[in-house]
Design a protein around this ligand. Structure first.
Ligand SMILES: Cc1ncc(COP(=O)(O)O)c(C=O)c1O
Length: 489
């Protein structure tokens, strides 16, 4: 009864949800394994889930064709090339890039980001500008920039919203020498806080003499990225995040006019039209071929077209709407949770409303005295409740550092511990520096999410109210001892 009335209230408060009912049918027909196993999956930012139909269609395709290595002209090779190129065209059409963009298949978004990092003509006098909110696979581009003598800067975030500090960014963008190679890289959506950063920054940066790398890995699974509107020089995605299957295929979308400026640091099989050993020279293949090292995942890539068709059947707008409703509801419910003494149980990092944010929610839990609960123990407890969530810093240290108010001095205190520094030890050091923390709990919604998932997580969170002890299997879980002040846990 309680669940029904909570759902009825949810529908009243979020009337747009009713129009996303097609996803409930999908949940039953294509993602039935979730409910069959009583699983609550809340890590769509980590990885999407695949529909049964995608796998069936892919298996049928593999059963109907003889696919050989595409680097040949024989019939099996030609058939492979035909399907890989069809998938490429489908990707370009999906992102509105046909005509102006090239799609380069990679292993994942990180592979795509590395291609930009290693090929971008960083130079002394040129710049790399990152936002503090970035995945480590974007942060890592700074190593290529540094090695070539470019200046590396970070645009800070504002707390507690974790949005880009607009005046600070403006000042940094103004520093570019338009005669040099300058790259500005930011995520369309944060994988830490769910913040949607303004895509209008792309045009602003380009006007100031920057090329722009848009990391769309966390954005593309629940939003439509239209390259005609956003118009970055580079955009990166991982397909398993969008539709779960296949893993091992990502994509770098490059504006055609930006391609000739990229310089690959090496060549490989498949990337050259001509190589001589005697002459010690090579001629790079034009277009995407010059960037696709070795043999592509030619059996997996046709499944990308199947996945896009699958998303297209229900539409990104429907997925985005459902995720927005669930996120807004969960945020409001979590923030309303109070201990008996009136103190809040949950601290949410980033925006507290659905405004300009996606379905990724980072948080920590606190006891009635306001002391942090150990998120690693909470992940264990969630696991026992068959809830899949994520804990840690989600490969996005900059957003986490801003969220917790960790300073350069704090980080140096951690680094001073030497090579033996571990997360538990770092947490101890931070507790000694004003009770700061590092790391959080993250839940994220996606195309197979429903109200019951959100409700199960809320019920799990509510159990942590006013608790002195919580049972984990046969042992006892004491919230007091779960404070991050403990030694060596
Ligand atoms: C925003 C963002 N960028 C990049 C990546 C890296 O993606 P992958 O691990 O698929 O290379 C992720 C993965 O979580 C991400 O969320």
């Amino acid at each position: 009864m309680v669940a029904v009335s909570a759902y009825a209230q949810f529908l009243l408060d979020h009337p747009a949800y009713a129009a996303t009912g097609a996803l409930d049918e999908w949940r039953a027909s294509e993602y039935g394994r979730l409910d069959a196993q009583g699983q609550v999956y809340l890590d769509y930012t980590g990885g999407g889930l695949h529909a049964d139909a995608q796998v069936r269609e892919h298996a049928r395709l593999l059963g109907e064709h003889v696919f050989g290595n595409p680097h040949s002209a024989n019939p099996s090779s030609t058939e492979t090339t035909r399907l890989v190129e069809r998938a490429r065209a489908a990707v370009l059409a999906w992102f509105g890039g046909a005509g102006d963009y090239t799609a380069i298949f990679t292993l994942n978004a990180s592979g795509a980001l590395k291609l930009v990092g290693e090929s971008f003509p960083f130079e002394a006098g040129g710049r790399l500008l990152l936002t503090a909110d970035n995945h480590n696979s974007v942060n890592g581009v700074r190593e290529f920039a540094r090695a070539k003598g470019a200046q590396v800067d970070y645009a800070p975030l504002t707390a507690p919203d974790l949005r880009i500090d607009a005046p600070a960014l403006e000042a940094l963008l103004a520093k570019a020498d338009p005669g040099k190679a300058n790259l500005f890289a930011f995520p369309a959506q944060s994988n830490f806080s769910g913040v949607k950063h303004p895509l209008a920054l792309i045009a602003t940066a380009r006007e100031r003499g920057w090329q722009v790398l848009l990391d769309a890995a966390a954005f593309a699974p629940t939003n439509r990225l239209d390259l005609r509107e956003a118009a970055p020089d580079f955009a990166t995605v991982s397909f398993y995040k969008m539709f779960g299957y296949p893993t091992g295929v990502g994509c770098l979308l490059v504006r055609k006019s930006a391609l000739p400026r990229l310089r690959r640091p090496w060549f490989a099989g498949g990337t050259v039209n001509f190589v001589t050993v005697q002459g010690r020279m090579h001629v790079r293949s034009p277009g995407e071929a010059g960037f696709e090292d070795g043999t592509l995942d030619y059996l997996g890539i046709p499944a990308v077209e199947i996945g896009l068709r699958h998303l297209g059947r229900v539409g990104m707008e429907t997925i985005g709407e459902r995720v927005r409703c669930l996120t807004e509801w969960l945020l409001a419910q979590l923030l309303a949770l109070r201990h008996g003494n009136g103190r809040p149980l949950v601290r949410v990092y980033g925006p507290a409303t659905g405004e300009q944010r996606g379905g990724t929610v980072a948080m920590n839990f606190y006891d009635p005295k306001g002391l942090l609960l150990d998120y690693r123990r909470i992940e264990e407890l969630a696991g026992q409740a068959r809830i899949s969530l994520r804990t840690g810093c989600f490969c996005n240290p900059g957003a986490g550092e801003t969220a917790e108010g960790l300073t350069e001095d704090d980080m140096r205190a951690g680094i001073a511990e030497g090579a033996g520094i571990t997360l538990p030890r770092f947490l101890q050091v931070m507790q000694g520096r004003g009770g700061k923390s590092a790391g959080a709990i993250r839940v994220s919604f996606g195309l197979a999410s429903n109200f019951a998932d959100a409700e199960r997580f809320l019920a799990f969170a509510a159990q942590l109210r006013d608790q002195a002890t919580l049972s984990i299997g046969t042992s006892t879980f004491d919230i007091e001892s779960c404070r991050v002040v403990r030694d060596g846990s």
